[in-house]
Design a protein around this ligand. Structure first.
Ligand code: HEM
Length: 406
């Protein structure tokens, strides 16, 4: 257990968050719990420590208490150091004018348009668009009878599908995706990528202002909570980026579990488990947003006996919370249909896109399972590695073979 008097800077030889994700193993959290309790010091990047909050109740406490735990990284004493480190993470953690970094009233003002806009999405239209996107991607590799279902499919579906909500076509969505990815390449000048994004999004807003169509861009532009079009642009960037990695991971992990895990795959093929249940099983066993560093202590305080100091950063570990022994009962029957996992977060910042992102993932998984015949892994399951990330756990690749398609 962490002695109450020690501060983050007192610890050396800490495990890094990237390593925790790379191991992708519930035992890692059990070991961290055994050594530190529900709150463990870990390294975000070399020389920058954060607290990893693992307990289910503790995460709920941190997520709900905005007066003590802010989302505004300007309260973090390491922000300047991270920005000077050249780490691609700096861009992700530098505050922007959207709901992610806001607390209290400002958060509610910027959050309501996201909830209203996503609530108003036409389920049938978005489903059809997602299905067409999935089939278009499959058509590109179908003749080969083999593919990498991560790089050629899962990594592409979410951006193209979310872009379609705004009326952004696949060509511009592809350019946006490349431009956004270029911002995170270490040592690469981010300005050309930013210019491309700016150009596509300002064109989109202008076109919708002149000729409003019934889509999410128009819904956001009409929302009374926004002060100007620049806030709408920020919201669009946020929605395009926020769920990207997690949705990719959710599709890829579900396919991986179905193809590599004979237990789950067998139950699915035997008809005892539907795709919906497989999706929930992934949310429990491999939450797509595994660990997210996004809370900053506004005052000295204590969580589960660990002393947190003003200016410390906290990473919430949804992956650890879902393995919290206090959450699971002894009766496996009570687990069926149980959606009490924390994969979507908790409190005021809880994911606003639960329903539409689930639709994307369900369609992406079902389309592959129904359209590709005799689908199987092309490599032994043990050879599938995890892509490096500090927040998600996603296979780096999923090579498959199939005998035909329809
Ligand atoms: C279409 C895909 C998605 C979009 C557009 C999206 C959008 C967002 C946005 C805008 C936020 C910030 C809300 C706020 O600050 O008030 C958020 C938070 C979050 N999302 Fe999503 N999301 C998507 C998919 C996912 C998926 C697949 C997962 C994991 C299953 C996920 C998990 C989370 C979590 C854990 C948070 C943080 C909650 C917290 O800090 O308390 N999201 N999402």
């Amino acid at each position: 257990m962490v002695p109450p008097s020690r501060s983050l800077e007192d610890f050396t030889d800490l495990v890094s968050l990237a390593e925790v994700n790379q191991r992708d193993d519930p035992q890692t959290y059990a070991r961290l719990r055994g050594r530190w309790g529900e709150v463990a010091p870990v390294e975000l990047v070399p020389g920058i420590p954060v607290w990893l909050v693992m307990g289910y109740q503790e995460i709920i406490q941190v997520s709900r208490d905005e007066r003590l735990f802010s989302r505004d990284s300007r309260h973090w004493r390491y922000l300047g150091k991270l920005q000077g480190s050249g780490s691609p993470l700096a861009l992700m953690m530098t505050p922007q004018e959207h709901s992610h970094f806001a607390d209290g009233e400002k958060h509610r003002r910027l959050r309501a348009p996201l909830d209203d806009g996503l609530e108003g999405l036409d389920e049938h239209r978005t489903s059809r668009a997602t299905q067409a996107i999935c089939l278009g991607l499959i058509a590109k590799f179908a003749d080969r009878r083999e593919a990498d279902l991560v790089t050629e499919y899962a990594a592409l579906v979410p951006m193209l599908a979310v872009a379609s909500w705004f009326g952004i076509g696949t060509d511009d969505a592809g350019r946006l995706m490349e431009a956004m990815a270029s911002l995170f390449v270490p040592g690469q000048d981010p300005r050309p990528g930013m210019e491309i994004m700016q150009q596509i999004l300002s064109g989109l807003i202008l076109a919708h202002q002149e000729d409003p169509v019934d889509d999410l861009t128009t819904a956001l532009l009409r929302h009374p909570n926004y002060h100007d079009a620049s806030e709408v642009t920020q919201a669009i960037v946020q929605l395009l980026a926020a769920g990207q990695e997690a949705t990719v991971a959710w599709i890829a992990q579900t396919l991986r579990l179905i193809l590599a895990d004979s237990h789950l795959g067998g139950r699915l093929r035997g008809g005892r488990l539907g795709v919906e249940e497989a999706l929930d099983e992934v949310l429990w066993r491999r939450p797509p947003a595994a660990n997210i560093a996004n809370r900053y202590a506004l005052a000295d305080c204590e969580i589960a006996g660990t002393r947190i100091r003003k200016g410390d950063a906290l990473a919430v570990s949804y992956a650890a919370a879902n393995t919290d022994p206090r959450v699971h009962g002894d009766d496996p029957w009570l687990e069926i249909g149980n959606r009490a996992h924390l994969a979507w977060g908790a409190g005021p910042h809880v994911c606003p896109a639960q329903r539409p992102s689930r639709t994307i993932v369900r369609i992406a998984v079902e389309t592959v399972l129904t359209r590709l015949h005799d689908l199987r892994l092309a490599v032994p399951a043990e050879e599938i590695s995890t892509a490096p990330s500090i927040s998600t756990v996603c296979p780096a690749g999923l090579p498959v073979r199939f005998t035909g398609f329809s």
